[in-house]
Design a protein around this ligand. Structure first.
Ligand SMILES: C[S@@+](CC[C@H](N)C(=O)[O-])C[C@H]1O[C@@H](n2cnc3c(N)ncnc32)[C@H](O)[C@@H]1O
Length: 381
């Protein structure tokens, strides 16, 4: 019997990282933390056997954490580093939570319990966030901390669209130390598709000492995705269509409106996804509906003020109908099985999923990099 490697899951939300690490096999979560009460309820409902601490990561000490984990996962809050946000950087408000996590890693190292692998998941904006004059300061700070703690550091930009019908690029910084390094698949230089040009540029901006500790983790290109948005939707009769769908469609700019008209005229059933966004046109802020018919949903976000909830547009029978994406559909777009227990409220379900990490992305990372790196621990009984 192989011994399963163990993980701590920080900023765990509804526990989607743990689902990808391995709920029945693979890497076993032995401790999880999140401060948000609604997230905590979702976590506990879906992972009743996993020890969970609800509270601020800064309120934890290494003595609260069980055993010596093989891996620590951190999906630290991204608001302050996201391209859409104010970009105060990792030291600002909520993103500062990363350092609360890092303080625990340092505490574990002092007690000789440091994980062999650490993963930080974040938005792509982490590659460039920082003050105007210091592009990439936060990324450098994270990688420097990891390198100074004796880890080799590498990063991958993985888009959920390789596995799921959702455009969701995310950054995964993976730090590996000790014997795990021998087994972690590395290449001498960057390789497609996960070492993107913006990642390569961010690497070039890192201090020399961090580049000396850098590793180009090598993951194979996944097989072509064979699932599109239409396949994940609820039946038409089971969902509520908007009475004012035409008014929503009227927000589309001419190019997007033309896409809808072409879809209706095609006579085939065509499914699109759309977001309302504020755009500046002729010096004026206007609400615009931006529609795509490429088989993908746009990146799920947390619904703030209602305007960022995604629409589904179905063109068939000579008309276009509009409705909102449901919480269950959002869960499917994150690779979550239908037996996952979602919060009763639609907005809570959408918030849970909008904040989460896509399960098949974590699974691919686990199978191709994390488990191989941790394989020396797997011994036959
Ligand atoms: C980007 S979400 C991660 C969600 C998770 N990966 C999932 O799949 O559901 C960040 C999470 O960090 C939590 N969080 C933010 N600041 C925190 C802090 N100081 N201590 C503990 N959790 C925090 C939030 O409640 C949120 O659930």
């Amino acid at each position: 019997m192989p011994i399963r490697p163990t993980a701590y899951e920080f900023f765990a939300g509804g526990g989607l990282a743990g689902l990808g690490l391995g709920s029945d096999s693979g890497i076993h979560t032995v401790f999880a933390n999140d401060m948000d009460p609604a997230k905590a309820r979702a976590f506990v409902a879906n992972h009743p056997d996993t020890p969970f601490f609800q509270g601020d990561v800064w309120g934890l000490s290494p003595d609260d954490l069980p055993g010596a984990p093989d891996l620590a996962w951190a999906s630290s809050p991204c608001q302050d580093v996201s391209l859409a946000g104010a970009r105060g950087g990792l030291e600002a408000g909520r993103s500062g939570a990363f350092w609360g996590f890092w303080r625990l890693m340092q505490g574990l190292a002092d007690q000789d319990r440091a994980p062999r692998v650490i993963v930080l998941e974040n938005v792509i904006g982490l590659l460039t966030s920082g003050p105007k004059t210091e592009t990439g300061r936060d990324f450098a700070a994270v990688c420097t901390a990891m390198a100074e703690a004796g880890y080799r550091v590498g990063a991958l930009e993985m888009d959920a669209a390789h596995w799921l019908p959702q455009s969701r690029p995310r950054l995964f910084v993976v730090a590996v130390r000790g014997a795990a390094l021998d087994a972690a698949p590395q290449a001498p230089g960057p390789s497609a598709p996960f070492h993107t040009s913006r990642l390569i540029a961010a690497h070039a901006r890192l201090p020399q000492a961090v580049r000396d500790a850098w590793a180009w983790w090598s993951l194979p290109t996944p097989p072509r995705r064979n699932l599109d948005l239409a396949a994940l939707l609820e039946p038409d009769a089971a969902v509520a269509w908007l009475d004012d769908g035409e008014a929503v469609l009227a927000l589309a700019a001419p190019l997007h409106r033309a896409r809808v008209e072409a879809a209706v005229a095609s006579g085939r059933r065509m499914v699109g996804a759309a977001y309302r966004r504020v755009r500046v046109e002729n010096g004026r802020k206007v609400q615009r509906l931006e529609i795509r018919f490429d088989g993908l949903a746009g990146c799920l976000r947390t619904p703030a003020g209602g305007s960022s909830r995604q629409y589904v547009i179905v063109c068939d029978g000579g008309r276009a109908r509009v409705r909102r994406l449901t919480g269950r559909e959002a869960a499917r777009l994150m690779g979550v099985a239908d037996d996952y227990r979602l919060p009763a409220s639609e907005s809570a379900a959408l918030k849970l999923m909008g904040d989460a990490v896509a399960v098949p992305v974590v699974r691919a990372l686990t199978e191709r990099l994390l488990l191989p790196a941790l394989s020396p621990r797997r011994v036959a009984a």
